[in-house]
Design a protein around this ligand. Structure first.
Ligand code: FMN
Length: 200
């Protein structure tokens, strides 16, 4: 199959089902107007550890506008990546709706805020791990709906809740992270249960 000869939606469906399971970055940002935003991204990966860095890609919207998360990060240069476990999926999913930029998505999510130590956006109190990030670079690739906007962030602070941390290390099974599979499918890495979450 040659992607350039296919319908963009089919390319998305095939690639997002082929590259799985994908971790979920639940990203907290604030705009220069002070309005806070939360949104999940599974085009997400760790990039390095010295200096520690990661990548998320909010793709261009159908009307070619940039997602609020990206707009906020361009404005302020800061964001927090929070992890998602099974009990958090409904609140996380609600924030993936296309909401107006001036709507505070914390209210929609039902999650609680904790202050970050270095960056301005709050971290999610329910998440077992939160990574405070400062923008290193945005790489624009393409000018179409679905084109990548690679946000590379340097991780400047790490928060781990005590139930997931012992003797200087993370207890992986206690994180109970949820992964994104193809379409509406998710995997609970604690139980290896598949479940579905229709988009709002
Ligand atoms: C689990 C999950 C993963 C998602 N991953 C991505 C992604 O990697 N890139 C993307 O552009 N949108 C992704 N979305 C959709 C965004 O969350 C959605 O477009 C959201 O409205 C963006 O919010 P914002 O405009 O407030 O930044 C995902 C949605 C869900 C539920």
């Amino acid at each position: 199959m040659i992607p350039s000869e296919m319908e963009p939606l089919q390319v998305y469906n095939i690639l997002s089902a082929a590259v799985q399971p994908r971790p979920i970055a639940f990203v907290s940002t604030v705009g220069s107007d002070g309005i806070a935003n939360l949104a999940p991204f599974s085009f997400f990966m760790l990039g390095g550890s010295n200096p520690p860095s990661l990548m998320i890609s909010p793709t261009l919207n159908r009307n070619l506008s940039e997602k609020d998360t990206l707009a906020n990060i361009r404005e302020t240069g800061e964001f927090v990546v929070n992890t998602v476990h099974r009990e958090m999926v409904d609140g996380m999913n609600r924030t993936s709706a296309a909401l107006p930029r001036n709507e505070d998505e914390w209210e929609v999510s039902g999650f609680n805020r904790l202050p970050s130590s270095i960056v301005s956006p709050s971290r999610v109190a329910e998440s077992l791990v939160s990574l405070e990030c400062k923008l290193f670079q945005v790489v624009d690739h393409g000018q179409f709906a679905g084109s990548a906007r690679y946000i590379i962030g340097e991780i400047v602070a790490i928060h781990i809740q005590s139930q997931a941390f012992a003797n200087g290390a993370i207890i992986s099974e206690n994180l109970r992270l949820v992964s994104r599979m193809g379409g509406p499918d998710y995997l609970d890495t604690a139980t290896l249960d598949y479940f579905q979450l229709p988009r709002p």
